[in-house]
Design a protein around this ligand. Structure first.
Ligand code: BGC
Length: 250
């Protein structure tokens, strides 16, 4: 089964058709720069351009960088605030004329890694952490997702964790990999003490450079880099396109 996976990010809106049985992209991903301001309508228009680029008429699964329930986006840390309480599913369906599901972006990336990547066949508590514009987290127990865990907003040293330890913070503050790894280590130790995970998977933009910072981490939990890099968001969003739609007519 094929679904168009879309990953809405703070800097880019990316999409590709995905074979959700294999977890593979069926075409090279198409990326547009996130509009500024990143209002729901402007982003939905980008999604429509992606739909048209691929001549798509089937289902869409969309990853969104905030909490999402029943197609309604509830928070907006790194996108325009008009997304708060927006019925994103309905809006995207109206604009694209395609049946759509919407899921948190880190949950999407985590689903892809759990099914096809670094978390495949791993039992127990697995936490996916995406390090990009923000910090996204996805919690799994024996492969089952607890949706919308917003652990990127844990408070560390009186600051939102993602303000100190996201990849954007590294770039913005011009931190060396080692200096940034120290901040990340403090954050991950906190997660470790709260959740006692069996495996941590690091994804998002920074995971491309995992060998520059993972060796500096001192936490005890086994930690690996995501295997699907930035394809995970698209593949996982596509998976959610079917999994969240189980009760809907196909
Ligand atoms: C949002 C999360 C999102 C993460 C990564 C955070 O600011 O609150 O929902 O998963 O950024 O995009």
């Amino acid at each position: 089964m094929d679904v168009l996976g879309i990953d809405i990010g703070g800097s880019g809106v990316k999409g590709a058709p995905v074979n959700i049985d294999e977890g593979t992209l069926l075409a090279e991903r198409y990326r547009l720069i996130t509009p500024d301001p990143s209002t729901p309508q402007a982003v939905a228009d980008c999604i429509d351009q992606i739909v048209k680029h691929f001549g798509w008429e089937g289902r869409i699964g969309c990853g969104y960088p905030g909490a999402v329930k029943n197609g309604v986006t509830l928070t907006a840390a790194n996108v325009d605030e008009n997304w708060i309480n927006c019925n994103a599913k309905m809006l995207i369906e109206q604009v694209t004329q395609c049946k759509t599901s919407v899921i948190n972006d880190a949950d999407a990336a985590g689903l892809a890694e759990i099914r096809f990547g670094a978390g495949r066949d791993v039992s127990g508590v697995v936490i996916m952490i995406t390090l990009g514009t923000g910090i996204g987290t996805a919690l799994f127990v024996d492969g089952h997702l607890l949706p919308n865990a917003e652990l990127g907003h844990l408070v560390i040293r009186d600051k939102d964790a993602e303000v100190r330890a996201s990849d954007r913070a590294r770039v913005k503050k011009n931190l060396s990999w080692k200096a940034w790894a120290k901040r990340l280590d403090e954050y991950l130790s906190y997660i470790e003490r709260l959740f006692w995970p069996d495996l941590l998977i690091i994804g998002g933009g920074a995971s491309k450079n995992h060998e520059k910072f993972i060796p500096h981490l001192t936490i005890n939990t086994p930690i690996v880099s995501a295997q699907m890099y930035n394809e995970a968001g698209i593949v996982g969003a596509a998976l959610a396109g079917i999994e969240l739609a189980v009760d809907e007519p196909k």
